[in-house]
Design a protein around this ligand. Structure first.
Ligand code: ADP
Ligand code: MG
Length: 218
């Protein structure tokens, strides 16, 4: 059974249907990139899967459970425990240290596990930056905090939205390799969206989002 199954998922903003995905599935442990132009609905699609946005219609099955069939609290818990999210703009909490940023993610999920948070931060090369604030870090280092945070709850699925869009080419290549390695090491599948051929070219499995998404985006 796939880790993630999406059926007839749709979302409109006012009169504009932005997402209309009849079917999508992702196997456990897979690493798949979705290629799509800017404005084609990629972020909306990831937000729907992550529960950041509610769909107008459709089914999302995650780890064998139909998400909409759960009560709100159970749904939030399933998502917190199953999904890690790497945002394009990182979304770090600026008033909190590197370690706190990772631990706060855990507080909503399986509970704070300082040893695991420190191990992840060490793994992404930030073992000596635990007490730093995000603004004291380079963009590439902030992105690595976001990577550690995404893995904090031992998710089965990591969603990554143009995760290297704010990095230069060399940092981008290294960051992407790191994301792929830590997902593999931690047994998480990776679903990444991007419009960048340099990023997409590093994936063995690339799907065209336009072929999945039947919405005629304005
Ligand atoms: P992508 O990530 O592929 O660039 P998005 O999912 O961000 O695409 O956006 C798809 C379309 O939906 C765009 O036309 C965008 O302007 C529109 N859109 C995104 N978010 C909103 C919103 N909150 N309200 C209205 N329109 C939105
Ligand atoms: Mg986007």
């Amino acid at each position: 059974m796939p880790l993630l199954t999406v059926q007839n998922l749709s979302k409109a903003y006012g009169p504009h249907r932005v997402v209309d995905v009849p079917a999508f599935a992702l196997e456990a442990g897979a690493q798949v990139a979705l290629r799509g132009e800017s404005g084609s609905g990629k972020t909306t699609f990831l937000h729907l899967i992550a529960g950041i946005l509610a769909p107008d219609a459709g089914r999302i099955e995650l780890a064998g459970r139909e998400v909409a069939a759960l009560g709100e609290a159970a749904r939030d818990r399933l998502r917190a425990e199953t999904i890690g999210y790497i945002f394009q703009t990182f979304n770090l909490l600026q008033g909190h240290t590197v370690l706190e940023n990772v631990e706060l993610g855990m507080a909503f999920g399986r509970g704070v596990d300082r040893a695991h948070a420190e191990a992840l931060l060490k793994r992404v090369g930030l073992g000596d930056k635990l007490g730093h604030y995000p603004r004291q870090l380079s963009t590439g280092q902030q992105q690595r905090v976001a990577v550690a945070r995404a893995l904090a709850n031992r998710p089965k699925l990591v969603l990554a939205d143009e995760p290297t869009g704010n990095l230069d080419t060399r940092n981008s290549r290294e960051a992407l390799a790191l994301i792929r390695e830590v997902c593999r090491e931690n047994g998480a599948a990776l679903l990444l969206v991007s419009h960048d051929e340099g990023v997409l070219g590093q994936f063995e499995q690339v799907q065209d989002f336009a072929a999945l998404n039947q919405a005629s985006v304005p």
